[in-house]
Design a protein around this ligand. Structure first.
Ligand code: SF4
Length: 333
């Protein structure tokens, strides 16, 4: 991150490495990952389950922390170093500077509290001059933003449909006007029609309010529709990162290409979906070279021994030996 710029990015990660203990040894979940999310931008993290998407963000925001994980590197929110922050300072920043929308709304909402009371509690925890009437006015505002009637503030979570609950979680995330919202698979538990509504809502809110979003999903085709920038992770490493339209038109990494072919396109002609053979690597003892080598149909000798470094090709960064000059011929085969 450029520390000299006047306005730091909403979120930045520098050379982050995350390991967590397991019965079989240390799981190398994230390996030397760097990224930036500017204000007003929606950056997507894509990859299969186990690629490290959620671990990356949860460790960088200290939702998971030692001794659950060992973390090296740095993370910043609005230029403040999160990994070095005192607990009390971090508590102040949660919900007010950055907030979360989780996959399962039922896990995010307290099942025995009305929505209004959950919102009052959140505001009270951050505002010394808390007044219920002011808190309720803000609660009505955010309900309006997510297109839920304010009468639903008196509902318990189980009285709402799945889509309404997910809107309520988004409303809660917006409550204290954060600069960054992390959305972890926010549509996975929903049917396709409601998924579409929620994605449209996120896009509109992000445009109107100008907060930064990190959107985590395994569905690359969905991400390419809403994200400004996409980062494809595999084996805890960045495989490809660049503007979303670039990845739609011309994904360069074999893993990005395989991911693209494994989901039906949201627009255009229906095409056959092809699964990616094999399984993600065992991160207790990941392959010494490219983590995708055991599944890649263009694997070369060097791929099995040497980790490809990220290199810039046009507008994107790609970690693949096919991008090396001497292998370009192989790439075009
Ligand atoms: Fe495939 Fe080799 Fe590129 Fe890895 S480095 S994606 S194994 S071609």
């Amino acid at each position: 991150m450029d520390q000299d710029t006047k306005t730091p990015p909403a979120f930045a990660v520098e050379h982050l490495t995350v390991r967590y203990p397991s019965e079989r040894g240390w799981v190398q979940a994230i390996r030397d990952v760097s990224l930036q999310v500017e204000r007003g931008k929606l950056v997507g993290l894509a990859g299969e389950s186990g690629s490290g998407k959620s671990t990356l963000v949860l460790a960088a925001t200290r939702v998971i922390r030692p001794p659950q994980v060992a973390v090296d590197g740095q993370s910043f929110i609005n230029g403040r170093s999160i990994l070095n922050l005192r607990d009390a300072e971090l508590r102040k920043m949660r919900w007010s500077t950055f907030s979360f929308v989780t996959q399962s709304a039922m896990n995010a909402l307290n099942p025995v509290m009305r929505l209004r009371d959950q919102m009052r509690d959140t505001i009270r925890a951050h505002d010394r001059s808390y007044q219920p009437s002011v808190a309720d006015a803000r609660a009505r505002e955010v309900m309006d933003m997510v297109e839920l009637p304010s009468s639903k503030l008196l509902s318990y979570p189980h009285q709402l449909s799945g889509g309404q609950r997910q809107r309520a979680v988004i409303a809660l995330a917006l409550l204290l006007r954060p600069d960054l919202i992390v959305m972890d698979e926010p549509t996975t538990a929903l049917d396709v029609v409601v998924q579409r509504e929620i994605i449209d809502l996120i896009r509109r809110l992000q445009n109107d309010q100008g907060f930064a979003v990190v959107l985590i999903t395994h569905d690359l085709s969905l991400l390419l529709e809403v994200a400004h920038h996409v980062i494809v992770l595999y084996g805890g490493r960045v495989m490809e990162a660049g503007p979303a339209e670039q990845l739609v038109e011309n994904p360069l990494h074999p893993y990005s290409q395989a991911l693209m072919h494994s989901f039906p396109p949201l627009h255009g002609a229906v095409s056959a979906q092809v699964g990616i053979p094999g399984a993600p690597p065992d991160m207790v003892s990941p392959p010494p070279g490219c983590p995708f080598a055991p599944r890649c149909d263009r694997v070369m000798g060097i791929c099995r021994t040497t980790m490809p470094l990220l290199q810039t090709v046009g507008q994107v960064d790609v970690a693949c030996h096919l991008m090396n000059d001497q292998n370009r011929e192989v790439k075009t085969l």
